[in-house]
Design a protein around this ligand. Sequence first.
Ligand SMILES: [Zn+2]
Ligand SMILES: [Zn+2]
Length: 136
Amino acid sequence: MNLGNCPRCGKLFAMNFRDICPDCTKKIELEYQACAEFLREHRGSTMEELSDATEVTTRQIIKFIREGRISVIDAPNLSYPCEVCGTTFIKESNMCPSCRTRLTKELSQSVKDGQARKEADLHGKGAYSAVNKYNK
Ligand SMILES: [Zn+2]
Ligand SMILES: [Zn+2]
């Protein structure tokens, strides 16, 4: 038996199939049902309204959205802060479009840098063999 502390309540439990304890699993299930029910009746509610009404933490609600259990199609006003900058509110994935654009640019820039270095290496070798030729 693999014992571990539940990351949610800190209780010791057998970590065989889940990473949180059975009590918390049940509680999360109830929280999900409360959210789903509230959203059925209040489609346009925001994250705060949903959290206030159900007493489910926004962190848990964000988890539900990320897991795809709560769909923002059903709740068009639910949004959560971008994981990268934390200031822009988003409805899908884990970062806002501007952070994504910036990261994509940085990524392609580092790929380009890598290519430039490779080309410089090739040119370097070319120059070296040319020198060799003249020396012969
Ligand atoms: Zn627990
Ligand atoms: Zn961002």
